[in-house]
Design a protein around this ligand. Structure first.
Ligand SMILES: [Mn+2]
Length: 331
């Protein structure tokens, strides 16, 4: 079991000399706003890559807090060798280094569950009621719901206007999930989403009046139009749906859109010039198995990615073979 008191003491002790390093997506933003709310202002930096290439400036820093970023062992050892303490709230691959100044709180390690994001982890550890809705936003955005359903039950009770029910379908058509999509619009400028969210802890509805909301609406309209006009770029199979979004603005978001529109159990895959995105909001298939065909993976069974040199048609053939062979094997 983790010693919550000890975690709190460490952060409180070094608060002024701490730095949070977070992913620039909804989960990273929500997790870092959560920590800033619980502990008071902590310097917060973001990385667009979930496996960051660089470590931010460590001047006067004594504690390094990781949110939703998968640092390498080498990077963590670098921080420890510089004399910093490290608390790791990441939920990707476990980095369990034995060192007195390192605390790995990966939910896969401490709870043995994969569908808990960094935001969800902060809820599970600290239970900060006032920012519960924010931690639910980060979790829903990461499709990390089922292993933290109690958070969503709490939010449903306290904010019925943001969440009507705790079924997966209700969560993914809720304002909570929409807020995650809105925050994601600040991916290239995460300080914007971070600031808007921090300002509106008491007034989530204001985020629907922000500049990010306008950007989100434009994006949704663009994606909707694509599916109305370019049906030839979508291949439907009983087990999966493959979409060619090469050279399109917002590539990576079309699979989410279609999966949430059809609300079925198929796997949704997007191909953008060799970049592959895998989504499975409702089904039981672990997308990491199909991502593995291309040397890719994911934080959990519902979302992942890969890179390939194969063409769209080659990717289609490979995935089709995989599912058709698999189903003859299954029966
Ligand atoms: Mn995450």
């Amino acid at each position: 079991m983790i010693d919550i008191k000890k975690v709190k003491e460490r952060i409180e002790k070094y608060k002024r000399n701490s730095i949070i390093y977070a992913h620039a997506d909804h989960d990273g933003i929500c997790a870092s706003v959560g920590l800033n709310y619980i502990f008071g202002r902590i310097e917060t930096k973001f990385s667009q890559f979930f496996r960051p290439k660089n470590i931010p400036c460590l001047k006067n820093k004594k504690l390094f807090i990781v949110c939703d970023l998968q640092l390498s062992e080498k990077q963590i050892n670098y921080l420890l060798n510089k004399g910093l303490e490290v608390i790791n709230f990441d939920h990707h691959e476990i980095r369990d280094i034995k060192h007195k100044n390192y605390l790995c709180l990966n939910p896969k390690k401490i709870y043995g569950k994969e569908l808990i994001s960094s935001s969800g982890l902060i809820w599970k550890i600290f239970r900060p009621k006032k920012v519960a809705w924010i931690l639910a936003v980060g979790s829903a955005g990461d499709l990390a719901v089922e292993d933290n359903i109690e958070l969503f039950k709490f939010v449903k009770k306290k904010y019925p206007e943001l969440l009507e029910d705790t079924s997966l379908k209700a969560i993914y058509s809720s304002k909570i999930f929409e807020l995650a999509q809105i925050l994601l619009m600040s991916f290239d400028n995460p300080e914007e989403g971070f600031t808007i969210l921090k300002k509106n802890i008491e007034t989530p509805q204001n985020i629907f009046k922000s500049s990010l909301y306008e950007k989100y609406r434009r994006k949704q309209k663009t994606i909707q139009k694509f599916f109305e006009e370019q049906k030839n770029r979508v291949i439907e199979h009983p087990k999966f749906v493959l979409i060619n979004t090469s050279n399109l603005e917002y590539a990576g978001s079309y699979s989410d859109y279609l999966n949430l529109k059809f609300k079925d159990k198929r796997v949704y895959i997007e191909y953008d010039n060799g970049r592959l995105f895998f989504r499975n909001y409702f089904g039981n298939e672990d997308i990491r198995n199909v991502a593995k065909l291309f040397g890719g993976g994911g934080a959990h069974r519902r979302a992942g990615g890969a890179h390939t040199r194969k063409t769209f048609n080659e990717v289609y053939e490979l995935i089709k073979n995989y599912y058709e062979k698999k189903s003859t094997f299954d029966f």
